[in-house]
Design a protein. Sequence first.
Length: 772
Amino acid sequence: MPATPLPTATILGYPRIGRRRELKRAIESFWKGNTSETELQRTASELRAATRAHLVELGLPAAGGAVPESFSFYDQVLDATIALGAIPHRFADATGGSDLATTFALARGDKDHQPLEMTKWFDTNYHYSVPEIDERTPLAANPAALVAQLAEAAAQGIESRPVLVGPVTYLLLAKASDDAAAGFRPIDRLDEVVAVYAELLAALAAGGAGWVQLDEPALVSDSLAVPRAEILTLVERAYATLGAATERPSILLTAPYGDSSAALTRLGALPVEAVQADLVRGTLPEADLSSGALATAFAGTQLVAGVVDGRNIWRTDLRAALATAVRVQDAGIATVIGTSNSLQHVPHDVADETKLDARLRSWLAFADQKVAQVAILARGLAAGTAAVESELAEVDAILADRQAAPGVRDAAVRDRAGAVTAADRNRAAEGDRRDAQRALDIPELATTTIGSFPQTTEIRKARAAFGRGEIDQEAYDGFLRDEIARVIRLQEEIGLDVLVHGEAERNDMVQYFAELLDGFAVTEHGWVQSYGTRATRPSILWGDVSRPAPMTVAWSGYAQSLTERPVKGMLTGPVTILAWSFVRDDQPLSDTAEQVALALRDEIDDLVDAGIKIVQVDEPALRELLPLDADRQAAYLDWSVGSFRLATSGAASDVQIHTHLCYSEFGEIIDAVDGLDADVTSIEAARSRMDVVDPLGDHGYSRGIGPGVYDIHSPRVPSVAEQTELIQIAAARIPGEQLWVNPDCGLKTRGYEETVASLTNLVQAARAVRGA
Ligand code: MET
Ligand SMILES: [Zn+2]
């Protein structure tokens, strides 16, 4: 039993990067050698202290473990790797010195070591460093950082709660290292890993921790290697052991990012002191709630009701959130107000957005506002709804204002979306399109790129100068036109078949469109960590979406005017625009996607009128938004594919529609990819050495396909021989007239030298295979 119960207000985690991305700057300056490790540690420690004090100021109790210790230099999964001492053998000679040095060595690699792979964390746009585990990976508890942070907090008069990715999730997110025997699965080492967690917990208890938080989002996912029912059994096994440990803090077990309702009663029965449920994405187990089974399971266990949404930036409907928490409490369960997941996915503070429209701003809640909301709800839960009636009424009024505000609902947009018919989602038959597109005169094994060319310092400088008003529109446009002309000439010289304009005008493939569409707003400081020191600034999609004017036609049309070869128009698809923005929560995502699709449909029309014959609509986030919950996947794939088809089906048969998806694990969505009905699809494949061509071959995929032959994630230049071999692997399974030759993804993060060398080799490789 907990010595002290968890206070009734908590959050699962807070942004780590700093209000002005101080941590990013400090780390990058350390990487450059401008500051010492001691200085970096001092900055980090100051940032942590400021965060703890700020959370208390915002209403989290200083005592009792309400304040999470969720700092990370780089990534929380990597932190768990360090805490478990699970350093892959291949890094044995690369670690060194301190935990921090090891962290950066694993995250970034060096000339002799590929870094740990990075992949998306559940259905978010945050990337974690994938642990590599085999039978012999060392495991040894390393609680130093966790204990030190606890002591730091104590010195500040705050009793904080260390946060760690839990053992089951950690192992399910790991991959078997290259040294592992065939059939080895990291999860096979669960018992050993749990023993190390027990040691970590003992060290935390000795260090004075009253509570520890162990995150097990694996509990809500159907997308992991182990079926969900089995994950629950593994969690039960792990926490039976951890719960039985005598030297440990009280355990808060969390199940963020999705629906744990089917597991919640069993989780409540575990020998832990608190369990969190995401009640935004998820629901309560109604039958067990009304029968009393949930209360029985939770006897002696607190339930952290995750009623404040940690994934979006809208003010919580406090009345509804409180009602949910009250239902749990009235069932006889000790209830704590919490967030649905860590606030690491939202920016710091709405108050920083002084340039945002005041009315829009009043509807928003970033991390700080969400903490304050948690505190209000906790007061309401303790003292009754009446005690917080004025706060609830204030939110009621704000939500009503939002619903009634101009632009939130645009009759013309809604009428048009309402009139969409099935015919609007269908193009002519595939064969007819193939015939009509022969006029494009595209060779077998046609070579092309994915869209962006290197974003050079000069491009960034020009954009910044234009942003500051130092150069005018005319000068900036002239700069971009010169850049486009250069990129077109370069592609002709290299000998590519289908050209691109290079995307020099785009700061970001989503934000560019968000700035030109109605219904979006852009923030000034709304940074969210994407991975390591990288952050993105998602736009806010707040209203009905429409296109006041063409967005890309001038650039693409200009590029096409410079060459005889076809230039691909380049658009970002509806799902990706939604996935990488903060989207409205007052209507189904599918409705929002339809509006974006209609705007893109008009853009394609205008591109074609301007002489563009090939249009690529990128959907790299199609896989990312796939719900973790298997029950919700079919409906998602249906609307997401439908929105792509709505965007692209206005194109006549002689217009070739391309799409691009940059990941290779697409076996599970191959039917959906087929359903997009794009004439040509490019996908990532180089790193997996064309693994995707087998599923495609088995599937009998009949349209154009461009499996990447050039890994653009590193500056390495792939040789002609290497790219030839990859093309040959693909050509063995896919007929030449269907096969395209292209890199894995866009080139914007690459330098020119390596890009030119790699593309030159790519063209030669395609010619070699064609000639063979
Ligand atoms: C993340 S997918 C990127 C596609 C985009 N057209 C580019 O080349 O950059
Ligand atoms: Zn890509």
